[in-house]
Design a protein around this ligand. Sequence first.
Ligand code: OAD
Length: 251
Amino acid sequence: MRVLVLTGAGVSAESGIPTFRGKDGYWRNLDPARLATPEAFEKNPKLVWEWYRERRQRIRNAQPNAAHEAIANLAQHAHEFLLITQNVDDLHARAGLPKEKMVQIHGDIFLTRCSRCDFGFTERKHEHEHEHEQEQEEEEENVVPRCAKRDALMRPGVVWFGEQLPWNEVQRVEGYLGGGVCDLVIVAGTTATFGYIIDWAMRAAAPNGELIEVNPEETPLSQFATRLVREPAAIALPRLVDQLVAQPPEL
Ligand code: OAD
């Protein structure tokens, strides 16, 4: 089986990480223009950092759920596998999915990088890693980090509205899509707001691959899916993956 999985915030919802556009989603209560654009960062870097530090802490305290585990399990059984996730959390990795089988197309929230040069480092991700770093981060809560090489502010390593997707990661996606059509494409927990998500899903599945959407709600992708699973990901994906592993789709 050659498999592509695309995920969004809905997959981490059952780990307690808020989605963006859902009922209690971030964008219902907060204005993206004040928090997730280069202009917002230029205007109020402290506010932007506060929000990202809060989110980092919430993710550190969270655990991968059955959906993350099912995807890692599917990756082990597929001959070829790629996950494209829009999630900046590390829950897919913590569920055991190897880095080389995953593209974080909107970046990594634990990465801190310079806003002007390519200097960057990864923050402590888990509770058990170097406790002193947590103390340090708490102490520096009100401080906007500065680049050690350039006279510039450090920023979270995520993609903001109005920014380009990371070139290397897009190349990895294109490389995988160019390697052949997929027997199976699963799109889980995303409103598929961005055209490239729909485009990648459809290109990967065309002309005869199965395209399964796992989402309690309808999305712009639903009309193109060959199968709709209107259930939460942590319920649907373990069952779906068990079925697929027992009986892969026919070529
Ligand atoms: P959204 O918040 O737009 O959508 C979450 C989707 O998950 C919705 O379609 C829900 O119906 C679905 N959902 C909710 N709970 C679910 C569950 N338990 N199981 C399965 N599905 C569930 O999040 P994304 O589509 O990931 O980008 O948003 C895409 C991008 O927009 C994000 O990466 C972020 C955001 O602004 C940037 O910040 C660049």
